[in-house]
Design a protein around this ligand. Structure first.
Ligand code: NI
Length: 398
C-alpha cells in the first residue's frame, strides 16, 4: 500500500488559492453555453499544460480529459473526477466586478467553480501523487443535451473503476459537504402539449373552439396528478413553464402550446404521471371538441450514488471538513443532473458543496444573481484530491 502523507495540505491550498480565484473569475466573466465551450476548454488545457498534466481534447462539443498518472505501475486502478463546463442562457444581475461580459449568458449554476475545483485538485495531486491514475473529466453541456453521454461514447472511461462529481449549492454553508447514498436527484422528463382548436372573432365564441380556455383547464387539471393522485410521501413535480397562444386581444386563439417539466424519484410514480398526462389530454380534447397532441421526452435519469463509493466520498469529506461538516441529505433534490448517465455505467458518488456563508443571502441556482462564496473552491479542490486518494487506496488493495 502506498504511503500517504496528509492529502490536505492547508498551507499549499492557501498558497494556490489566489490562482484558483483568477481561474474561476476568468471563467465566470466569459461563460459559454452547452456544446460551445471552446474558450473554456482552451483555458483548462492551458492550466493542465502549466501543471504538466497530459490531456486529450475532443474538440468543440466534446470534453477535455486530463490524466494524472500518479505512482503508475502496469495495473493501477483508475478513477475519474468530473467537472461540467457550460453556462446558462440568461443575463447576470449579480453586480460582481467579474460578472459575465457576454450578454445573455452567465454561470448561474456554478460550473465555473466546478472546473476550478477539479483543476485545483489536479494541482494538489501533482504535488502528492496518488497510488493510481486519475482522469480529469471536463465535460460539455450538463445543462442541456447531456454532455456526459458524449464523454461516455468517446470511450475514455473504459477501465475506470469509479467516478466522483459534485455541485455547489446555497443549501449548505461553506465548510459543509453533503454526502448521501442512493437517490440524490430526480428523474426529469419534459413535455409539450399542442392544442388545436378553431380560431374566430372574440365576440363570436360559438363559432370557435378556444384554445386558450382549453389551455387554462389543462394547466389546472394536470396539477391534480401530483396533488390528488400521487402519494404525498413520493416526491414529484409537474411544472408548466411556458405557454404560447393568441395573436390579439379580440381574436380567439386557434392553437396553444404548453411546455412543461416532470420530476419524479420513483419509476412507478413516473409511469403514473405519464399515463395521467395522456389521460387528461385525451379527456380535455373530448370535453371541448379540440385536438390535443402530447409529446413526452425522456430527460436525465436519477443520480443514484453507489454504497461503497459513497463511503469513500464520506471519508474524503471528513478529511476536508471534519465529521461536523459532513451533512446527510434529508430528501432527494427534485433537480436533475446528467452525472446520472455515468452512474448507469460505473459506480460513483455525487456530493454537494455548501457555497454560502451564514450571513450571506440565499440565492437559488439558475438565478440571474447567483454567486458562490469563493471559500468553497478550497473545499471542493481539497475534497476532489482527497476522494481520488481515498478511492485509489481502497482499489489498490484489489
Ligand atoms: Ni449545475
Amino acid at each position: 500500500m502506498a504511503k500517504q502523507k496528509a492529502i490536505i495540505d492547508q498551507a499549499l491550498i492557501d498558497k494556490l488559492f489566489p490562482h484558483w480565484l483568477e481561474i474561476r473569475r476568468d471563467l465566470h466573466r466569459h461563460p459559454e453555453l452547452a456544446f460551445e465551450e471552446v474558450e473554456t476548454a482552451r483555458k483548462i488545457m492551458a492550466e493542465l499544460d502549466r501543471l504538466q498534466i497530459p490531456y486529450e481534447y475532443q474538440g468543440k462539443g466534446g470534453g477535455v480529459i486530463g490524466r494524472i498518472t500518479g505512482k503508475a505501475s502496469a495495473h493501477v486502478p483508475i478513477i475519474a473526477l468530473r467537472a461540467d463546463m457550460d453556462a446558462l442562457p440568461g443575463t447576470e444581475t449579480s453586480g460582481l466586478p467579474f460578472a459575465s461580459e457576454f450578454p445573455g449568458k452567465m454561470h448561474a449554476c456554478g460550473h465555473d467553480a466546478h472546473v476550478t475545483m477539479v483543476l485545483g485538485a489536479a494541482a494538489l495531486l501533482q504535488e502528492n501523487p496518488p497510488p493510481g491514475q486519475v482522469l480529469l473529466v471536463f465535460q460539455p453541456a450538463e445543462e442541456s443535451g447531456g454532455g456526459a453521454r458524449v464523454i461516455i461514447k468517446s470511450g475514455v472511461l473504459e477501465g475506470v473503476r469509479a467516478i466522483f462529481g459534485g455541485h455547489v449549492t446555497h443549501h449548505y454553508r461553506v465548510g459543509e459537504i453533503m454526502v448521501a447514498e442512493g437517490v440524490i436527484t430526480a428523474q426529469s422528463d419534459s413535455f409539450t402539449i399542442h392544442i388545436h382548436g378553431r380560431g374566430g372573432h372574440g365576440a363570436r365564441p360559438h363559432e370557435a373552439i378556444d384554445a386558450v380556455v382549453i389551455a387554462g383547464f389543462l394547466i389546472t387539471a394536470v396539477q391534480t396528478l401530483v396533488s390528488r393522485e400521487t402519494d404525498p410521501l413520493h416526491p414529484s413535480v409537474i411544472t408548466i413553464g411556458q405557454v404560447e397562444a393568441g395573436s390579439a386581444p379580440n381574436v380567439i386563439a386557434e392553437s396553444a402550446v404548453l411546455r412543461g417539466s416532470l420530476r419524479t424519484t420513483l419509476p412507478q410514480v413516473r409511469r403514473h404521471l405519464h399515463r395521467g398526462l395522456r389521460r387528461m389530454v385525451k379527456a380535455l380534447a373530448e370535453l371541448h371538441g379540440a385536438e390535443i397532441d402530447l409529446q413526452i421526452r425522456e430527460g436525465y435519469p436519477p443520480v443514484i450514488n453507489s454504497p461503497a463509493e459513497t463511503d469513500i466520498a464520506r471519508r474524503a469529506a471528513v478529511e476536508v471538513v471534519g465529521e461536523k461538516g459532513v451533512m446527510a441529505m434529508e430528501y432527494p433534490s427534485m433537480g436533475s443532473e446528467d452525472f446520472a448517465f455515468y452512474l448507469q455505467k460505473l459506480p460513483g458518488c455525487y456530493v454537494r458543496f455548501g457555497a454560502r456563508k451564514q450571513e450571506e443571502e440565499y440565492i437559488p441556482l439558475h438565478s440571474p444573481a447567483f454567486d458562490i462564496n469563493e471559500g468553497v473552491l478550497k473545499v471542493g479542490a481539497a475534497y476532489f484530491a482527497a476522494v481520488a486518494w481515498e478511492a485509489l487506496k481502497r482499489y489498490e488493495g484489489g
